[in-house]
Design a protein around this ligand. Structure first.
Ligand SMILES: [Zn+2]
Ligand SMILES: [Zn+2]
Length: 325
């Protein structure tokens, strides 16, 4: 009987759950319940957070199953009519597929932080203020709507079958489970080649020097090649979460809050140019747009009153530049 790659993540569920059980046990023995200033230790498990993560994983699995029903025929059509290469079955083909998909994952992930339409789905993964293995389960059922599957179409053009595409996408995602932990420190030379727990802790942090960095799936080389790599600094501990905290463990709120905010911004914008920007510009575009409007209004009012223009310091463009919401 042939194994259907679509079931890979569910087949690995016992491994994932065993890692979570070990990590929870290990943390309960080695780390304080409260880190400092009454702040909960961000590595430790808390039932509301962990249950929210589990619910999000199940919702994502259901949506993914439905999405493959649409995506696989598209990949098959492109593979049949537009493929540029025909591979001999074997290790070389799988290695080429792995490299190509990991590069496309980097592109998808970087775009997910810089295009609000994609961020509306991806924000779910970043909205917890804890980071442990269960954080890997925080995925969005809206990824198919956002269009994650579109990023894999080039693989069909490169001559890979739909079955191969589904398999490598899920292998990449399965690997990433293991980088969501604070129990493993830096891994020597592996840091130069692979996405590691240290590298991915930086990615989940909202500290100014860490935010929107380290987009790797499996290979670290893309971040180093394209200038998005930042090393974890022992003197600047990651502060996990998003700039505008979600403050909820409701999986529905986690899934839809940014879509609703985006819809509200779309509706209130005065013209089509800014409406499209509310959907497809960087996630902080609306804040910057509002701040500039406020600044112009303030300077106009100041000019009318005959006083010096006083733009509030925290409303300058630089305050919001390059930050995800
Ligand atoms: Zn991310
Ligand atoms: Zn992550």
């Amino acid at each position: 009987m042939q194994f259907d790659a679509q079931w890979l993540l569910l087949a690995l569920a016992p491994v994932f759950l065993a890692c979570i059980a070990w990590e929870a046990w290990h943390l309960s023995r080695t780390r304080p319940r409260v880190a400092s200033n009454d702040t909960p230790d961000s590595a430790r498990y808390a039932w509301p957070d962990t249950l929210c993560n589990a619910a999000l994983a199940l919702m994502h699995q259901g949506a993914d199953k439905l999405a493959w029903l649409v995506a696989i025929p598209v990949y098959a059509y492109v593979y049949r009519h537009f493929r540029l290469v025909s591979w001999q079955p074997g290790l070389v083909a799988w290695f080429a597929l792995f490299i190509a998909q990991d590069l496309l994952y980097y592109v998808f992930h970087r775009a997910s932080h810089r295009v609000r339409w994609l961020w509306a789905a991806h924000v779910v993964h970043h909205s917890s203020e804890r980071l442990n293995f269960s954080t890997a389960f925080r995925q969005s059922l809206m990824y198919p709507v956002a269009g994650m599957w579109v990023f894999w179409i080039p693989l069909a053009m490169l001559g890979f079958t739909p079955e191969q595409i589904v398999a490598i996408v899920l292998v990449n995602l399965a690997f990433q489970f293991f980088v969501h932990t604070q129990t493993i420190s830096k891994l020597g030379w592996l840091e130069y080649v692979f996405n590691t727990p240290s590298m991915h802790r930086v990615h989940h942090a909202r500290n100014a020097r860490y935010i929107d960095r380290n987009y790797a799936g499996v290979l670290a080389i893309w971040d180093r090649m394209f200038g998005s790599y930042v090393e974890e600094d022992a003197h600047d501990a990651p502060d996990y979460g998003i700039v505008k905290p979600l403050a909820s463990c409701n999986p529905l709120k986690a899934t839809f809050h940014e879509w609703l905010a985006m819809a509200r911004d779309f509706a209130r914008m005065p013209d089509w140019r800014s409406r499209l920007a509310a959907l497809f510009a960087p996630p902080d575009w609306c804040e910057r747009h509002d701040a500039l409007g406020l600044a112009s209004a303030t300077s106009a009012a100041s000019a009318t009153a005959g006083t010096r223009c006083g733009v509030p310091e925290n409303n300058t463009e630089g305050e919001f530049g390059s930050r995800s919401s």
